[in-house]
Design a protein around this ligand. Structure first.
Ligand SMILES: Cc1cc2nc3c(=O)[nH]c(=O)nc-3n(C[C@H](O)[C@H](O)[C@H](O)COP(=O)(O)O)c2cc1C
Length: 165
């Protein structure tokens, strides 16, 4: 899959088959994402992989829109070194890398906001000096999966400014 096709077709997937994803495939996805760029190459992230179904179910309580998390084959919580804009930006880049690397091998995904971030950190046992605000669920898309109706995109001309606002 070429890059532009991957970006255009990677949509939020919240319905998964029951097929598991092998540790080797998960490692391959992580190995690609670790090459994401970051401010001053600080790489201010840890990837917390969750394959345990009970842990997925427990973690789903930390977000207001995380109902799909327990049915995922696995999830990755993005753990940041600080809770600031730049680290958040860097984590966003790894998030996209993880999602695209997964999509390349047919695995769908969806971001999850942990609205109760402290609860998420406690469930995962993340050290107090680290931050967990976002996770990503992954799994093979169920045949019932359809891209969200509300999921169009703004017209290019409405969001593009050439030389003048
Ligand atoms: C920062 C961020 C947080 C998100 N949090 C959630 C979430 O908590 N639950 C959820 O179901 N989707 C979440 N999403 C997924 C968005 O709803 C989805 O990416 C957006 O609607 C576009 O979907 P589409 O690519 O299928 O059109 C989040 C996305 C981002 C970028």
């Amino acid at each position: 899959m070429n890059v532009s096709k991957a970006i255009r077709t990677k949509r939020a997937v919240r319905q998964y088959t029951e097929e598991s994803v092998s540790d080797d495939v998960i490692r391959q996805i992580l190995a690609t994402a670790r090459w994401s760029q970051s401010s001053k190459n600080t790489q201010p992230w840890d990837f917390f992989v969750i394959t345990d179904k009970d842990l997925l179910a427990e973690l789903s309580q930390s977000g207001d829109f995380a109902k799909h998390l327990p049915s995922a084959a696995f999830a990755i919580a993005l753990v940041g070194d600080s809770d600031n804009y730049m680290v958040g930006f860097d984590l966003g880049q790894t998030a996209m890398s993880l999602q695209l690397a997964a999509w390349e091998v047919g695995i769908g995904s969806c971001l999850i906001s942990f609205h109760r971030a402290e609860q998420a950190a406690e469930i995962l046992g993340v050290p107090e000096v680290k931050y967990v605000r976002i996770g990503i669920s992954f799994g093979y898309p169920s045949p019932e999966h359809k891209a969200a109706k509300m999921g169009g995109r703004q017209a290019l001309d409405d969001i593009t400014h050439w030389n003048n606002w």
